[in-house]
Design a binder for this molecule. Structure first.
Ligand code: URA
Length: 213
């Protein structure tokens, strides 16, 4: 059994806070177990709690489209998780004690996955790593490093559904993520919406470079 699957069995028994009492179950996370990139949200909503899968409601649908545009998918090369694993009642923001109770589970997931990059989706994920003062509107698009993981804060897909005009800034954050992924993980990483510049590639001298963006 993969260590992440063993951890999931353990976390599914968790009673470290009261969220589990009202939730249908634990939404551990999902994706490719050898992912070098993780996308981190706040916590499960109603649909996620029903299906016990992260980001499967309206925000999840948009997240999947964002991943697709970047050349990622949860089945292939990305892992999706949340800072809290059980649905807060009525989708309220998780309380500090709930975040603290769930933190060891998140830390254990990251220690097993050992990603190079983590995209922090929205305030709760951002503040969990950058501190309570961090505001998405101020910090989005700026890299920081945390225990060997490059963190990119950006807008939560639910916020993008409410404010579609933020999508322009979000896409510019996500292009930085693609650049970093090409730098750290796969120089040939393919994205339909952000093709590799031919000048990024070491072509043999004399090669005629086609225009691609
Ligand atoms: N919002 C989140 O932050 N996480 C989910 O899994 C779904 C919606």
């Amino acid at each position: 059994m993969h260590p992440l699957e063993a951890l999931e069995m353990q976390v599914s028994q968790c009673r470290r806070c009261d969220l589990r009492d009202q939730a249908h179950g634990v939404v551990f996370g999902e994706g490719a177990l050898d992912s070098h990139i993780v996308f981190c949200g706040e916590g499960p909503g109603a649909e996620e709690d029903r299906l016990l899968r992260p980001f499967v409601g309206a925000a999840g649908h948009l997240l999947d489209k964002m991943l697709d545009a970047m050349g990622f998918s949860r089945g292939k090369n990305a892992y999706i998780l949340n800072v809290v694993k059980c649905r807060p009642p009525g989708n309220r923001v998780p309380l500090p004690q709930e975040l603290a109770a769930c933190r060891p589970h998140l830390a254990a997931q990251l220690s097993i996955l050992s990603p190079r990059i983590m995209v922090l989706l929205g305030s709760t994920a951002i503040q969990s790593f950058l501190g309570p003062q961090a505001r998405v509107t101020r910090v989005h698009g700026q890299w920081t490093e945390h225990q060997g993981i490059w963190l990119m804060p950006t807008y939560h897909p639910a916020a993008l559904l409410r404010n579609p005009s933020w999508k322009v800034e979000a896409w510019s954050d996500l292009k930085k993520v693609i650049d970093k992924y090409r730098e750290l993980v796969d120089p040939d990483h393919f994205s339909t919406h952000y093709p590799l510049k031919i000048s990024d590639k070491n072509l043999p001298p004399g090669t005629i470079k086609p225009q691609c963006r």
